[in-house]
Structures are given as structure tokens and as C-alpha cells.
Design a protein. Structure first.
Length: 285
């Protein structure tokens, strides 16, 4: 993309063009995006650019990304992908950042719901379309969510679409080989989207106890031990979760597993629901 735009794009332009490309060919979508303070944004794309910078392929200033090596990457694409990228250089050749912001905000209003610059670029009628799709669901609910098998942005969109106010990370060790899901990355991303992040390692399970889990029976035995040895000892932390729920109305317990039946977060949520003052709903995302 940088190459066909004469090796240089401002950062907002590049994010918007990558977003439009992801919508152009959904079968081969490279990146997912979230509604960020300047509209559609991919944390993963930005991380990839940082890696390209590390290897001397691109460079950045405060506002721009530039391709600085001599390799012809366009020539390495198959004919279909080459045509798509080349077409972008024609279709959006004279589009400024302002043009691309206005285009993406109007065509995909969901991705403008957190924008801090929408009023500068849109009419009152256009702004109304964005405000009309903002999520007003406010029933007090305790959610659980895993990140296995989905992109970082897909995960964040689940939080946004369900109007989650607080994310409680209930892993013993908030580390992940998967981009975005280590503690500092997750905390930074959540807070940039207006979601409070809290790590409660005391209610997690040690990673060495999760090594030999080959069937549901293995999980059930692990969770029996968890309920006996952890949940009975961490009632104060369960009360802390309940207080967060009462105060913020919509919070989510997060861990790794996609299947909530194979994750301790389900049993933690059930333990919280058994506390005297709990009178709310549990929902597994």
C-alpha cells in the first residue's frame, strides 16, 4: 500500500486505506478494526508497521509512515491482489486524510462511535446517524469472554458491542504469546476505548495445572479442585467483582479459552452469583 502511494502516507490515511481494503475483499481480510478515537483502527496493523520499522523496511515520523527499502513488494503479489492494491492507488489517489475520514465515517458509522474528531468532519445529520447506533444497553450483567481463536480487534469489538464498562482479567499470569493479550497491551487498548481494565490474579489457576487437559473430564477434575481450593479462599475477591458489577453495571471476566465450559471463569462467575447481594444476569460471550 505504501509503495503504490509513492512510498509515503500519513498515519490516518494508511489506517483508513487498510480498512477499506479489508472491506473490499472480505474473504481474505488481513486486519480487523475497532472504533477508535480517530475512527477505524487496527492495533495489529500498527504493531506490524513497528516490526517493519525494526527491520528497516519502513520508517515513521509523528504523522507519517514511509517505505524506505528498495524491494518491489507489489511484484511479489498474485495478479488479483496486485490489481486490488494498484486500483486503490487510482481510486484514492487524491483523497486526503479528511476525505478518507468523511468517507469511512459515513459508509461505516459504527467505526466512528468513539471518534473525538467527528464533529469537525460531519454534518449534524451525519453525526445523528452515528449517535443513533451507539449502544445503550445498560442492564446489569456479568459477562465472561475468552480470546482463543479470534483477533485482538474482534475481541475488543465484542466488549464494545456489549457496552462493557470494566474488563476483569482473571488469569493467574496475564501473559500471552498472542498479540494484544498480555497485560500491558490489553490494559492500554481497553483504556483507549473507555473500558477500565483490572487484573485479579488471585482467582486464577496456575498454568502448570493446565498442562494435561485432554478431555472434558480432565477439565471437570481441575475445576472441582479449583472450587474447593481457590473459590473457598477468595471470597473477598469475589465480593470485589460483585461490587464492580453493582457500580458499573456491565463487566466481563476474561481468560483464554473460547469454550466457557473449559474455563474457570464460568465457575468464578457462578461463585459470584451465589453471593447474597447478587440478583443479576450471567452471559457468556
Amino acid at each position: 500500500m505504501l509503495q503504490v502511494f509513492e512510498n509515503r502516507l500519513d498515519k490516518i490515511q494508511l489506517q483508513k486505506l487498510l480498512f477499506l481494503h479489508s472491506r473490499y475483499d472480505t474473504k481474505k481480510r488481513t486486519y480487523d478494526f475497532v472504533p477508535y478515537k480517530y475512527g477505524c483502527y487496527s492495533f495489529q496493523a500498527n504493531a506490524d508497521l513497528k516490526t517493519l520499522k525494526k527491520y528497516g523496511i519502513v520508517d515513521e515520523t509523528k504523522n507519517y509512515w514511509s517505505k524506505i527499502d528498495e524491494t518491489n513488494y507489489l511484484a511479489q503479489l498474485n495478479s488479483d491482489d496486485k490489481k486490488i492494491v494498484s486500483d486503490f492507488a487510482i481510486i484514492y489517489k487524491n483523497k486526503s486524510s479528511r476525505d478518507l475520514i468523511k468517507l469511512t465515517y459515513n459508509r461505516y458509522p459504527y467505526f466512528a462511535i468513539n471518534s473525538i474528531i467527528a464533529e469537525k468532519h460531519l454534518s449534524k445529520q451525519e453525526l445523528k446517524k452515528i449517535n443513533d447506533i451507539k449502544f445503550e444497553e445498560n442492564e446489569t450483567t456479568l459477562f465472561t469472554i475468552g480470546y482463543e481463536g479470534i483477533s485482538f480487534e474482534h475481541y475488543l469489538n465484542k466488549l464494545i458491542r456489549n457496552n462493557i464498562k470494566v474488563l476483569c482479567d482473571v488469569r493467574k499470569n496475564a501473559l500471552s504469546m498472542k498479540y494484544g493479550f498480555s497485560k500491558n497491551q490489553l490494559k492500554t487498548a481497553c483504556e483507549s476505548l473507555g473500558i477500565i481494565y483490572i487484573h485479579i490474579p488471585e482467582v486464577g489457576i496456575n498454568s502448570d495445572k493446565r498442562k494435561e487437559l485432554n478431555c472434558q473430564k480432565d477439565y471437570d477434575l481441575l475445576f472441582d479442585e479449583y472450587k474447593t481450593n481457590n473459590l473457598t479462599q477468595t471470597v473477598n475477591y469475589q465480593k470485589e467483582i460483585l461490587n464492580l458489577l453493582k457500580k458499573n453495571k456491565r463487566i466481563a471476566l476474561t481468560c483464554f479459552e473460547a469454550d466457557n465450559c473449559q474455563c474457570h471463569r464460568t465457575h468464578l462467575a457462578e461463585a459470584v452469583s451465589e453471593l447474597k447481594e447478587f440478583k443479576y444476569v450471567i452471559e457468556h460471550l
